[in-house]
Ligand binder design. Structure first.
Ligand SMILES: [Zn+2]
Length: 94
């Protein structure tokens, strides 16, 4: 089990993180890095999104409210994508 550091030195910015999230939702097994392209992103693990918000990194199953941790071997950046959608799925934020 990989150890996840929430405040690591290298992270994707919000724009790249969004691109990663969209790609992940489309196909979790094929997430290209916005900078490095395909085949560099590894899914490190899944964390409980609710506990994550409280600063705790608790491993969770990839269902319901979870945060997926991605790591790019190309640029060495990590991303924590909060994919919790809850009851409001489909309701777009203005
Ligand atoms: Zn990369």
């Amino acid at each position: 089990m990989a150890e996840f550091k929430a405040d690591g030195p290298a992270e994707f910015d919000m724009k790249d993180g969004l691109a990663l999230a969209l790609a992940y939702l489309e196909d979790p097994s094929n997430v290209p890095c916005p900078r490095c392209g395909p085949n560099t992103i590894e899914v490190i693990g899944y964390l409980d999104a609710g506990r994550m918000a409280q600063g705790e990194a608790i491993p969770a199953a990839p269902e319901n409210d979870y945060t997926v941790i991605l790591y790019c071997h190309g640029c060495g950046r990590a991303a924590a994508l909060d994919l919790s959608r809850g009851e409001d799925e489909g309701r777009a934020a203005a």
